[in-house]
Design a protein around this ligand. Structure first.
Ligand SMILES: [Zn+2]
Length: 236
């Protein structure tokens, strides 16, 4: 697989930013709605103040060692640099020769020696798909992938290539989405956050990934959820 080709120009795929201009700084304050004549506004206001109660959560977990990666990156990583070679193009090369958030995340995936459980909504970034395949085929890591069925069939998805590499892959097969984005490396390191494995997420979006090590309770919670989905999606 070559560089990420699915979204050559991230800007064309990027949704237009929401416009707040009409509301912000428009001068005189808006008249207060009458509670008797505008009940929908009152309901909206009540929701904003008093959101629906949340389901019970597990006891709080604490992280002992966390690294936070914030995207977007300034550029995709140079392939020569990723291979540990000197880039012959030098200053002419438009790709990054210094570590980026993506290469840091790739380092985490590449550190897997035993197991790699990847659970992600979308995978179209070939650098990441290559790392997932290499873990299985080059290092013999026991890799599993859970993803969203709609996204897996979408144009540019690398899920087919991952499956073709013999990596067990399961999908939610539902109208709703398997929207998680996390990975568990060797049962000890967790990488989770908003970041989808796409080129647009690397170069265009405001995204985060938190890489946590040495927090068994946190990793166990995600591992348990991975196993729950793995079993559930295997029945379909
Ligand atoms: Zn280069």
């Amino acid at each position: 697989m070559g560089p990420c080709l699915s979204t050559q120009n991230p800007s064309t795929d990027a949704p237009a930013p929401p416009s707040y201009a009409a509301k912000a700084g428009s001068g005189a304050p808006a008249p207060s709605p009458s509670p008797l004549t505008d009940r929908s506004n009152a309901r909206d206001a009540a929701r904003a103040i008093d959101p629906a109660p949340r389901l019970p959560r597990r006891p709080a977990v604490t992280s002992s060692s966390a690294e936070v990666l914030f995207f977007p990156d300034p550029a995709m990583p140079c392939r020569a640099t990723m291979r540990g070679q000197q880039c012959r193009r030098g200053a002419q090369c438009e790709y990054a020769h210094q570590p980026t958030n993506l290469t840091r995340l790739l380092d985490v995936l590449n550190s897997a020696t035993k197991t790699l459980d990847v659970c992600v909504f979308t995978i179209t970034c070939n650098e990441i798909a290559d790392a997932i395949v290499a873990a299985s085929q080059t290092r013999g890591v026991d890799v599993r992938v859970i993803t969203d069925d709609d996204q897996a069939d979408a144009k540019g998805s690398d899920v087919g290539a991952i499956e073709a590499a013999g990596i067990p892959t399961r999908k939610d097969a539902a109208k709703t989405h398997m929207h998680h984005k996390f990975a568990i490396v060797d049962g000890t390191t967790l990488a989770n956050g908003s970041f989808n494995r796409t080129r647009q997420a690397v170069l265009g979006n405001q995204e985060n990934v938190v890489v946590t090590k040495g927090d068994p309770a946190l990793v166990a919670a995600f591992a348990e959820e991975f196993e729950r989905m793995w079993v559930a999606f295997g029945r379909r």
